[in-house]
Ligand binder design. Structure first.
Ligand code: VG1
Ligand code: CO
Length: 542
């Protein structure tokens, strides 16, 4: 092998968003694109003598990108890289391997819930030695470095055989190819009562796990079918494919429609679940009943003590700002703190590291705990299974019981996709300029009590993140939140988050869209969504 420095020039737009750098795959495949970003990353976090974890969700270009990164890591003097076999690692499994092996961080190749393929999306992100996504200060420094970069280090060598388990070398660097599933599955066994869940399956309990042709397939098959004894075929779409079989690996009622149809149909199994491209998201569905992610977080927080890993109770619960306040009510009842962070898992890292929060969640189908530093789709599914096994009730009964005890936060998110970026930004700028005068304003039969742009001061390190989403708080406690997505690769996506609390005992069994109609109308009127974007109806409703 020989090492050389390849001359390059800055490439515009290499700014990581909510969760790493995401672009069209062909952009990533362009000359020097991946290399520039990876060198900038190594320049910022340091590479000489360090060890890293590397893997991705198996989407198109995952394997090629992994080989490039290995050659660059060797050229930059890394001591070793731990790679999932076939360059495959789910995001939570990568987070676990970083922590288990105490590496200096890890590189995850994924655009998560975005479609994959040569004409679709690719992504890369760096995780810190704690296993969590790099905080804003680090991603900003990487972006700054991409703007002045003039060369990158590259090893000339054959591809590493990533199909073969065990140690190989690339120049002076050790490459350890590991089973992507085993360590993660072992971790799950320490957290959950596998014998109780196994007994439940043996007793005839049936579930459908839709892996959406993405990375969760091998993990779910090993854990649910092999270790927990669920019938063969419980996991569907179980083989990860470079284009996810043409599916959109986003586990929500729109993109996981076959699962929803089955769960709402006459032959529904007891429990249904789906996961996303990189395995950190989950959707759970009961027979005939959809569990909104915000409700799922609240139910998991209220029942986590039923699982061995959480028997000692929770230190605190954290949720992203647009997530419903259902989890806050549980925290209050448990007498533990509740935290409200900006969107994106990186904001939970400090709370988890400091032992202030045990369980975290986002309305976007993300839940997780301090067992890793990422959200974890299969973890949520297993915690639900553990709870179902102990309580012996249906999902519907558990959810209704939860609402009866805590009240119900009706909740929905409306996404407006593919809006011209300028129009979306103009709409948000216009709204922000009017915030200070909105109190007392009436719209859609509601009165604005307060309006602001969410700003978060991290209680651990004091860092401040502002401009994190416009909140319209109405008299009576309803709320609408508006922000633009930071994970897309084309145009802009407007996210409109809607919430209304009903204390009960009456009015708990309504339809979310109907219950939220006044809030929806008020948000449209105040923000002028149709006037700015020409769109009056959302593309995706969750
Ligand atoms: C979305 C979600 C956010 C999530 C992020 C990454 O971000 O809203 O809650 O953390 O995706 O999830 P945005 O900026 O598009 O709203 V994943 O599973 O795509 O890594
Ligand atoms: Co994801």
């Amino acid at each position: 092998t020989s090492v050389s420095t390849v001359k390059t020039a800055p490439i515009a737009g290499q700014k990581p968003g909510t969760s790493g750098l995401r672009k069209k795959t062909r952009v990533f495949m362009g000359a020097h694109y991946l290399e520039n970003f990876v060198q900038a990353l190594f320049d910022v976090v340091g590479c000489g003598g360090k060890t890293f974890v590397l893997g991705g969700d198996g989407r198109y270009f995952n394997d090629r990108a992994a080989q490039v990164i290995l050659r660059m890591a060797a050229a930059n003097g890394a001591a070793g890289v731990i790679v999932g076999q076939g360059a495959i690692l789910s995001t939570p499994a990568a987070s676990h391997l970083i922590r288990l092996n105490r590496t200096d961080g890890g590189i995850i190749l994924s655009a998560s819930h975005n479609p994959g393929g040569e004409a679709e999306d690719f992504g890369i992100k760096f995780n810190m030695p704690n296993g969590g996504p790099a905080p804003e200060a680090v991603t900003e420094a990487i972006f700054a470095r991409t703007q002045v970069i003039d060369g990158y280090r590259m090893t000339e060598a054959q591809d590493v055989d990533l199909s073969r388990l065990g140690r190989q070398t690339l120049g002076a660097m050790a490459v350890d190819v590991v089973d992507p599933v085993a360590d993660y599955a072992d971790l799950m066994e320490t957290l959950f009562d596998f014998s109780a869940i196994r007994a439940m399956f043996a007793g005839g309990f049936r579930m459908r796990m839709d892996a959406m042709c993405a990375v969760t397939g091998p993990y779910a098959t090993e854990i649910l079918e092999n270790r927990l004894g669920a019938p063969k075929g419980t996991v569907v779409n179980a083989t990860p494919l470079p284009d996810f079989g043409g599916l959109h690996p986003d586990p929500n009622p729109t993109w996981a429609k076959p699962l929803m149809d089955e769960m709402m149909g006459p032959h529904a199994p007891d429990f249904g679940a789906a996961s996303d491209g990189d395995g950190d998201r989950n959707m759970v569905v009961g027979r005939g009943i959809y569990v909104s992610p915000s409700d799922s977080l609240a139910v998991l927080a209220a029942n986590a003590h039923l699982a061995p890993g959480y028997r000692g109770g929770l230190k605190g619960v954290a949720r992203s700002m647009p997530t419903s306040a259902a989890a806050d009510r549980v925290a209050e009842a448990l007498g533990i703190p509740a935290y409200e962070t900006p969107t994106g898992w990186k904001f939970f890292g400090n709370l988890l590291d400091a032992g202030r929060a045990t369980i975290c969640g986002e309305e976007s189908f993300g839940t997780g705990s301090d067992h890793v530093r990422e959200k974890d789709g299969l973890w949520a599914v297993l915690l639900w299974l553990n709870i179902l096994a102990v309580r012996g009730e249906s999902v519907a009964d558990i959810l209704r019981g939860h609402w009866a005890r805590f009240g119900r936060n009706y909740y929905s998110r409306h996404d407006f996709e593919g809006i011209p970026t300028a129009a979306a930004e103009a709409m948000m700028a216009d709204l922000r300029s009017r915030l200070s005068g909105l109190a007392g304003h009436r719209a859609g039969g509601l009165t604005v009590a307060a309006a602001d742009d969410f700003s978060y001061a991290d209680p651990v390190d004091g860092s401040v993140s502002s401009g994190q989403g416009v909140r319209l708080l109405f008299e009576g406690g309803s709320r609408a939140v508006l922000r633009l997505s930071g994970t897309g690769t084309e145009g802009a996506t407007l996210r409109l988050y809607l919430e209304r609390f009903v204390p009960g005992p009456d009015g708990l069994a309504g339809d979310a869209q109907a219950e939220l109609a006044p809030v929806i109308a008020a948000a449209h009127e105040i923000a002028g969504i149709a006037a700015h974007t020409g769109r009056s109806a959302p593309d995706v409703v969750t």
